[in-house]
Design a protein around this ligand. Sequence first.
Ligand SMILES: NC(=O)C1=CN([C@@H]2O[C@H](COP(=O)(O)OP(=O)(O)OC[C@H]3O[C@@H](n4cnc5c(N)ncnc54)[C@H](O)[C@@H]3O)[C@@H](O)[C@H]2O)C=CC1
Ligand SMILES: O=C(O)CCC(=O)C(=O)O
Length: 262
Amino acid sequence: MAWIFDEYSKFHGHSPAVVTGKPIDLGGSLGRDAATGRGVMYATEALLAEYGKSISGSTFVIQGFGNVGSWAAQLIHEKGGKVIALGDVSGTIRNKAGIDVPALMKHRNEGGQLKDFHGAEVMDASELLVHECDVLLPCALGGVLNRENAPDVKAKFIIEAANHPTDPEADEILTKKGVVVLPDIYANAGGVIVSYFEWVQNIQGFMWEEEKVNMELHKYMNSAFQNIKAMCKSQDCNLRMGAFTLGVNRVARATILRGWEA
Ligand SMILES: NC(=O)C1=CN([C@@H]2O[C@H](COP(=O)(O)OP(=O)(O)OC[C@H]3O[C@@H](n4cnc5c(N)ncnc54)[C@H](O)[C@@H]3O)[C@@H](O)[C@H]2O)C=CC1
Ligand SMILES: O=C(O)CCC(=O)C(=O)O
């Protein structure tokens, strides 16, 4: 991103707002690194509250321990959630008393593989997504929930932190089973929201403190959830349909207002 910004600026003058995800010293935003995982945590909080539940006291299974998964795990752990199983390409582990996420981060940051972490036992990777838990967070790849494994999913809630982790067949199976799926278009929007904040800061020429970034992110995630919920209520539809209907309606309204309709 620094390179793109630099090349563009050579021809058009200093233009930090031309691209987001830049290093902090070149006009990036504080809080961007954690933003997607933090947004996932806020989205989880908002959804669970609808069902009279909270992160504290709930159990979590997380696939992926990269940018999104590791931040989501840390923030959920900080909020009192119990991460009971977790996996990445270097191993899949479980601890029904709850994995010590800060200790796992230290292990990983020192170059350790998940399978060698002492605070948990190794399990079969194929069991991760169907492991008993309250909340399942796929934070790695697309298409991981499909017709093969969806019938065996035991989670009550799925937060789509990765892009497109649930294929359409799985979506149908999970809906019939009564599993509540929070769609990626909303659940993992924290990254793009803070990228928007980065652009806003760049055009203002004013850098926000990290606390402000996180507070604004919280506001956006909460109000988006309330808007999706209202749409689901008025259209009697699930969260994915509610989120898409909200987005498509906004684009349609702007298109009509500009006189572009056929
Ligand atoms: N980083 C961001 O800001 C955003 C990321 N996303 C989506 O979230 C997902 C994860 O992105 P990042 O965390 O940024 O990527 P990353 O590359 O930092 O982490 C990916 C993680 O998935 C794990 N993984 C890969 N294959 C796996 C497998 N077969 N089984 C278990 N774990 C596996 C890797 O070991 C790693 O821990 C992607 O779908 C991405 O498109 C969505 C919105 C924003
Ligand atoms: O960095 C951004 O602006 C958004 C990233 C994102 O949404 C993604 O990786 O899917």
